[in-house]
Write a new protein. Structure first.
Length: 180
């Protein structure tokens, strides 16, 4: 799909098909809207937070085709044909928390929770790619996410709790929390 030209009239929309949290959606989106705007405004999933809107803070991190991505840095039209997982897509089908959510809860990893969605999405990708990271690897893997409240140690503790929780279940996790 080609990107809209600079001469696309204001208010014009483009049709896209995107799978969000396992549901295929057909949307008409304004070419100028970021993927974060589309997720929050057009789909009404407000768990993806907007912080800096420059890709620095990580609050808007989602999984795009399985990879952590900053939704504020992408245009919504660029997600045409993609698979997007947001924080709302993490809970298991029965409503129980994803193992990473449960671990962060148990470790009391967050205070204000504004950064939580981005940290959770980044943690899921980190543990999918490296099921047993060292503390240094955890800190490096989450270095693209900023938190102004915790000092990060409780977040690292939450990731370490997630590692133990996942290992005790003797199963890996996929991006939407179903056992592999």
């Amino acid at each position: 799909m080609s990107l809209p030209s600079a001469t696309t009239p204001a208010g014009e929309t483009l049709a896209i098909n995107v799978t969000v949290n396992g549901t295929l959606l057909s949307l008409n989106v304004e070419p100028r809207h970021s993927l974060a705007d589309v997720i929050r405004e057009d789909i009404s999933l407000t768990g993806t937070h907007l912080g800096c809107e420059h890709g620095v803070c990580g609050a808007c991190t989602i999984l795009l085709d399985g990879e952590p991505s900053r939704a504020c840095l992408m245009l919504g039209v660029q997600a045409d044909g993609a698979d997007v997982v947001t924080i709302e897509g993490l809970a298991n089908n029965d409503g129980t928390m994803h193992p990473v959510q449960q671990a962060m809860y148990e470790a009391m990893s967050f205070q204000c929770a504004f950064c939580t969605p981005g940290f959770l999405m980044s943690t899921i990708a980190l543990l999918r790619d490296n099921p047993s990271p060292s503390e240094v690897e955890i800190r490096e893997g989450l270095s693209g996410n900023l938190c102004r409240c915790t000092g990060y140690q409780s977040i690292v503790d939450g990731v370490e709790t997630a590692i133990r929780l996942i290992a005790s279940n003797s199963a890996g996790i996929d991006p939407v929390g179903e056992p592999t």
